[in-house]
Design a binder for this molecule. Sequence first.
Ligand code: 5GP
Length: 121
Amino acid sequence: MSYEDNNIFAKILRGEIPCKKIYEDNFVLAFYDINPQKKIHALVIPKGKYIDLDDFALKASSEEMVGLFKGINLVAKKLGISTEVGNGYRALTNISSHGGQEVPHLHFHLFGGERVGKMVE
Ligand code: 5GP
């Protein structure tokens, strides 16, 4: 499977579709989910063209990997939910059909601001 250039997050990265931006650096863009499932629901995506976590693990550079994980922590801190400044959160990434992934550009959901609840249905 190859990366689909017209997925919605690729369009957001190119500035073709607006988003409520939380944070951006060379490696990641973070914005609020359009349909929040918890009090705080953010999305953190790498700037590179990766379909999902498997694709990222296989193809991303070490620099991009560090950039993504550091980015998640920075965003969580900015939102006041990281363990340094808050009460924690859930980071979740869906992978392909059994994982329930809808948008084929790697993204981590950050849920917080309240107890997140049961891990899986
Ligand atoms: P997935 O099911 O792929 O893990 O999650 C995709 C997420 O993207 C969903 O939570 C959905 O609400 C969110 N989403 C879909 N389209 C848009 C959009 O245009 N803007 C934003 N901010 N979020 C979106």
